[in-house]
Design a protein around this ligand. Structure first.
Ligand code: OOG
Ligand code: NI
Length: 266
Protein backbone atom coordinates (compact mmCIF):
# COMPACT_ATOMS: atom_id res chain seq x y z
CA UNK A 1 0.00 0.00 0.00
CA UNK A 2 2.81 2.42 0.85
CA UNK A 3 4.40 1.93 -2.59
CA UNK A 4 1.04 2.76 -4.17
CA UNK A 5 0.73 5.96 -2.15
CA UNK A 6 4.29 7.00 -3.07
CA UNK A 7 3.58 6.24 -6.72
CA UNK A 8 0.37 8.32 -6.58
CA UNK A 9 2.20 11.31 -5.07
CA UNK A 10 4.99 10.99 -7.66
CA UNK A 11 2.39 11.33 -10.39
CA UNK A 12 0.74 14.25 -8.60
CA UNK A 13 4.17 15.93 -8.21
CA UNK A 14 5.03 15.55 -11.93
CA UNK A 15 1.67 16.97 -12.96
CA UNK A 16 2.18 19.92 -10.54
CA UNK A 17 5.69 20.64 -11.86
CA UNK A 18 4.30 21.00 -15.39
CA UNK A 19 2.74 24.30 -14.38
CA UNK A 20 4.93 25.20 -11.36
CA UNK A 21 8.56 25.55 -12.51
CA UNK A 22 9.41 27.42 -9.28
CA UNK A 23 8.86 24.29 -7.22
CA UNK A 24 11.73 22.44 -8.86
CA UNK A 25 14.10 25.40 -8.30
CA UNK A 26 13.04 25.82 -4.67
CA UNK A 27 13.47 22.12 -4.13
CA UNK A 28 17.12 22.49 -5.14
CA UNK A 29 17.68 25.61 -3.05
CA UNK A 30 16.28 24.22 0.21
CA UNK A 31 16.96 20.52 0.23
CA UNK A 32 20.18 18.59 0.56
CA UNK A 33 18.73 15.44 -1.00
CA UNK A 34 16.69 13.13 1.14
CA UNK A 35 15.58 15.80 3.64
CA UNK A 36 12.80 17.22 1.47
CA UNK A 37 9.64 15.82 3.00
CA UNK A 38 6.21 16.86 1.74
CA UNK A 39 3.99 17.94 4.66
CA UNK A 40 0.80 18.09 2.58
CA UNK A 41 -0.83 18.74 -0.76
CA UNK A 42 -4.07 20.65 -1.27
CA UNK A 43 -6.97 20.15 -3.67
CA UNK A 44 -9.85 22.38 -4.65
CA UNK A 45 -13.27 21.25 -5.84
CA UNK A 46 -16.99 22.16 -5.99
CA UNK A 47 -19.55 20.92 -3.43
CA UNK A 48 -21.50 19.16 -6.20
CA UNK A 49 -21.93 15.48 -5.35
CA UNK A 50 -20.36 14.26 -8.59
CA UNK A 51 -17.01 15.88 -7.70
CA UNK A 52 -17.37 16.73 -3.97
CA UNK A 53 -14.70 16.12 -1.31
CA UNK A 54 -15.85 12.49 -0.94
CA UNK A 55 -15.20 11.81 -4.64
CA UNK A 56 -11.60 13.00 -4.38
CA UNK A 57 -10.95 11.46 -0.98
CA UNK A 58 -12.22 7.99 -2.03
CA UNK A 59 -8.87 7.50 -3.79
CA UNK A 60 -7.00 8.32 -0.59
CA UNK A 61 -9.29 6.28 1.68
CA UNK A 62 -8.67 3.28 -0.60
CA UNK A 63 -4.96 3.66 0.19
CA UNK A 64 -5.39 3.88 3.96
CA UNK A 65 -6.09 7.58 4.53
CA UNK A 66 -8.58 8.72 7.20
CA UNK A 67 -10.67 11.85 7.52
CA UNK A 68 -9.29 13.95 10.40
CA UNK A 69 -10.51 17.54 10.60
CA UNK A 70 -12.97 20.00 9.07
CA UNK A 71 -12.78 23.74 8.43
CA UNK A 72 -15.17 26.53 7.43
CA UNK A 73 -14.30 29.65 5.43
CA UNK A 74 -17.37 31.86 5.48
CA UNK A 75 -16.13 34.85 3.50
CA UNK A 76 -14.66 32.71 0.73
CA UNK A 77 -17.70 30.38 0.80
CA UNK A 78 -15.62 27.24 1.25
CA UNK A 79 -15.67 24.10 3.35
CA UNK A 80 -12.67 21.79 3.81
CA UNK A 81 -11.52 18.51 5.35
CA UNK A 82 -8.07 17.11 5.90
CA UNK A 83 -6.92 13.50 5.60
CA UNK A 84 -4.02 11.64 7.20
CA UNK A 85 -2.38 8.28 6.72
CA UNK A 86 -1.44 6.09 9.69
CA UNK A 87 2.07 6.09 8.22
CA UNK A 88 3.18 9.54 9.37
CA UNK A 89 5.88 9.75 6.71
CA UNK A 90 3.16 10.08 4.05
CA UNK A 91 1.79 13.54 3.22
CA UNK A 92 -1.44 14.90 4.65
CA UNK A 93 -4.08 16.04 2.17
CA UNK A 94 -6.24 19.16 2.53
CA UNK A 95 -9.35 19.21 0.32
CA UNK A 96 -11.66 22.19 0.10
CA UNK A 97 -14.89 22.66 -1.84
CA UNK A 98 -16.70 25.78 -3.05
CA UNK A 99 -20.26 26.26 -1.76
CA UNK A 100 -21.65 26.66 -5.27
CA UNK A 101 -25.24 27.48 -4.26
CA UNK A 102 -24.05 30.69 -2.56
CA UNK A 103 -23.04 32.28 -5.89
CA UNK A 104 -25.00 34.12 -8.59
CA UNK A 105 -27.14 32.14 -11.07
CA UNK A 106 -24.69 32.87 -13.91
CA UNK A 107 -21.71 31.55 -11.94
CA UNK A 108 -23.69 28.49 -10.82
CA UNK A 109 -24.64 27.76 -14.42
CA UNK A 110 -21.03 27.91 -15.65
CA UNK A 111 -19.90 25.60 -12.84
CA UNK A 112 -22.70 23.06 -13.37
CA UNK A 113 -21.95 22.95 -17.10
CA UNK A 114 -18.29 22.15 -16.37
CA UNK A 115 -19.13 19.40 -13.90
CA UNK A 116 -21.89 17.94 -16.12
CA UNK A 117 -19.39 17.53 -18.95
CA UNK A 118 -17.08 15.32 -16.84
CA UNK A 119 -17.10 11.61 -17.49
CA UNK A 120 -17.88 9.58 -14.31
CA UNK A 121 -15.17 7.06 -15.20
CA UNK A 122 -12.53 9.83 -15.12
CA UNK A 123 -13.56 10.77 -11.57
CA UNK A 124 -13.59 7.13 -10.44
CA UNK A 125 -9.95 6.54 -11.40
CA UNK A 126 -7.12 7.55 -9.02
CA UNK A 127 -5.49 9.40 -11.93
CA UNK A 128 -8.30 11.94 -11.49
CA UNK A 129 -6.05 13.48 -8.81
CA UNK A 130 -3.53 14.47 -11.49
CA UNK A 131 -5.79 14.88 -14.51
CA UNK A 132 -5.88 18.69 -14.77
CA UNK A 133 -8.61 20.51 -16.65
CA UNK A 134 -10.95 17.97 -18.33
CA UNK A 135 -13.71 20.37 -19.42
CA UNK A 136 -14.06 23.06 -22.06
CA UNK A 137 -13.84 26.60 -20.66
CA UNK A 138 -13.82 29.99 -22.38
CA UNK A 139 -11.75 32.92 -21.13
CA UNK A 140 -14.99 34.91 -20.98
CA UNK A 141 -16.47 32.40 -18.50
CA UNK A 142 -13.18 32.31 -16.57
CA UNK A 143 -13.49 36.07 -16.08
CA UNK A 144 -17.14 35.79 -15.02
CA UNK A 145 -16.06 33.31 -12.32
CA UNK A 146 -13.08 35.48 -11.34
CA UNK A 147 -15.35 38.44 -10.66
CA UNK A 148 -17.11 36.47 -7.87
CA UNK A 149 -14.52 33.94 -6.72
CA UNK A 150 -10.83 33.68 -7.49
CA UNK A 151 -11.06 30.09 -6.21
CA UNK A 152 -13.81 29.17 -8.69
CA UNK A 153 -11.83 30.67 -11.58
CA UNK A 154 -8.64 28.85 -10.58
CA UNK A 155 -10.43 25.51 -10.30
CA UNK A 156 -12.23 25.96 -13.62
CA UNK A 157 -8.94 26.76 -15.37
CA UNK A 158 -6.69 24.15 -13.73
CA UNK A 159 -9.04 21.34 -12.78
CA UNK A 160 -7.93 18.45 -10.62
CA UNK A 161 -4.27 18.74 -9.70
CA UNK A 162 -2.39 19.58 -6.51
CA UNK A 163 -2.80 23.26 -5.86
CA UNK A 164 0.45 23.19 -3.87
CA UNK A 165 3.01 20.92 -2.28
CA UNK A 166 4.48 21.86 1.10
CA UNK A 167 8.04 21.61 2.36
CA UNK A 168 8.17 20.29 5.93
CA UNK A 169 10.65 22.56 7.69
CA UNK A 170 10.84 20.12 10.62
CA UNK A 171 12.66 17.69 8.32
CA UNK A 172 15.08 20.09 6.59
CA UNK A 173 18.75 19.64 7.41
CA UNK A 174 19.85 23.25 6.74
CA UNK A 175 16.91 25.26 8.07
CA UNK A 176 15.08 25.47 11.34
CA UNK A 177 13.17 28.76 11.11
CA UNK A 178 10.52 29.78 8.61
CA UNK A 179 11.94 33.30 8.64
CA UNK A 180 15.29 32.05 7.27
CA UNK A 181 13.52 30.16 4.50
CA UNK A 182 11.61 33.30 3.56
CA UNK A 183 14.85 35.35 3.47
CA UNK A 184 16.56 32.75 1.28
CA UNK A 185 13.65 32.56 -1.15
CA UNK A 186 13.28 36.34 -1.46
CA UNK A 187 17.03 36.68 -2.07
CA UNK A 188 16.66 34.09 -4.84
CA UNK A 189 13.98 36.27 -6.45
CA UNK A 190 10.76 34.53 -5.36
CA UNK A 191 7.73 36.53 -4.27
CA UNK A 192 5.95 35.43 -1.11
CA UNK A 193 2.27 35.71 -0.25
CA UNK A 194 2.20 38.65 2.17
CA UNK A 195 -1.54 38.64 2.99
CA UNK A 196 -1.69 39.13 6.76
CA UNK A 197 2.13 39.03 6.95
CA UNK A 198 4.50 36.56 5.31
CA UNK A 199 4.30 34.13 8.25
CA UNK A 200 0.84 32.77 9.05
CA UNK A 201 0.27 31.20 12.48
CA UNK A 202 2.74 30.70 15.35
CA UNK A 203 3.87 28.18 17.95
CA UNK A 204 0.67 28.74 19.95
CA UNK A 205 -1.54 27.42 17.16
CA UNK A 206 1.17 24.77 16.57
CA UNK A 207 1.63 25.59 12.90
CA UNK A 208 3.60 28.28 11.06
CA UNK A 209 3.24 28.62 7.29
CA UNK A 210 4.41 30.75 4.40
CA UNK A 211 4.00 30.34 0.65
CA UNK A 212 5.13 31.69 -2.68
CA UNK A 213 2.79 33.57 -4.97
CA UNK A 214 1.64 31.16 -7.67
CA UNK A 215 3.65 30.86 -10.87
CA UNK A 216 1.95 31.84 -14.10
CA UNK A 217 1.32 29.28 -16.83
CA UNK A 218 -0.50 29.26 -20.11
CA UNK A 219 -4.05 27.90 -20.34
CA UNK A 220 -5.68 27.13 -23.66
CA UNK A 221 -9.20 28.44 -23.20
CA UNK A 222 -11.70 27.67 -25.96
CA UNK A 223 -11.52 31.26 -27.25
CA UNK A 224 -8.05 32.49 -26.21
CA UNK A 225 -4.71 31.32 -24.85
CA UNK A 226 -3.73 33.24 -21.72
CA UNK A 227 -1.11 32.99 -18.95
CA UNK A 228 -2.81 33.00 -15.54
CA UNK A 229 -1.76 32.10 -11.93
CA UNK A 230 -1.14 28.36 -11.64
CA UNK A 231 0.22 26.68 -8.51
CA UNK A 232 2.42 27.69 -5.57
CA UNK A 233 4.80 26.16 -3.03
CA UNK A 234 4.19 26.22 0.74
CA UNK A 235 6.52 25.91 3.74
CA UNK A 236 5.26 24.59 7.06
CA UNK A 237 6.75 24.22 10.50
CA UNK A 238 4.81 22.15 13.03
CA UNK A 239 5.07 22.31 16.84
CA UNK A 240 4.36 19.54 19.35
CA UNK A 241 0.74 19.25 20.48
CA UNK A 242 -0.39 18.26 23.99
CA UNK A 243 0.41 14.59 23.33
CA UNK A 244 4.04 15.47 22.60
CA UNK A 245 3.70 14.59 18.90
CA UNK A 246 3.83 17.24 16.19
CA UNK A 247 0.43 18.85 15.56
CA UNK A 248 -1.08 17.34 12.39
CA UNK A 249 -4.07 19.61 11.75
CA UNK A 250 -4.54 22.87 9.87
CA UNK A 251 -5.37 26.37 11.13
CA UNK A 252 -8.41 27.94 9.46
CA UNK A 253 -7.28 31.56 10.04
CA UNK A 254 -3.96 30.82 8.32
CA UNK A 255 -5.45 28.68 5.55
CA UNK A 256 -7.82 31.55 4.76
CA UNK A 257 -4.75 33.61 3.76
CA UNK A 258 -2.86 30.76 2.05
CA UNK A 259 -5.80 30.45 -0.37
CA UNK A 260 -4.85 33.90 -1.68
CA UNK A 261 -1.51 32.64 -3.04
CA UNK A 262 -3.25 32.11 -6.40
CA UNK A 263 -4.58 35.71 -6.58
CA UNK A 264 -3.32 37.44 -9.72
CA UNK A 265 -2.25 40.68 -8.09
CA UNK A 266 -1.43 39.36 -4.61
C1 OOG B 1 -5.56 25.62 0.31
C2 OOG B 1 -5.21 26.64 1.36
C3 OOG B 1 -5.07 26.05 2.74
C4 OOG B 1 -3.12 25.32 4.25
O1 OOG B 1 -2.03 24.72 4.34
O2 OOG B 1 -3.60 25.96 5.19
C5 OOG B 1 -3.81 25.27 2.95
C6 OOG B 1 -5.66 26.16 -1.07
O3 OOG B 1 -5.07 27.22 -1.39
O4 OOG B 1 -6.36 25.52 -1.87
O5 OOG B 1 -3.31 24.60 2.10
NI1 NI C 1 -1.31 24.18 2.46
Amino acid sequence: MKTQVIELFNNIWQNYLEVTPSAEKIHQILGTGSDLINDHVAYRTFNIEKVGIAKLSQHLIALGYKECGEYHFEAKKLYAKHFEHSDKTLPKVFISELLVEEFSPSVQKIIHNLVDSLDESVIADPSFLYSGKQWPLSFVDYQTLLAESEYAAWLAAWGYRANHFTVSINHLANYEHLEDINITLKAAGFTLNSTGGEIKGNSEVKLEQSSTIADKAVVEFSDETVAIPSCFYEFAKRYPAQNGELYTGFVAASADKIFESTNAAA
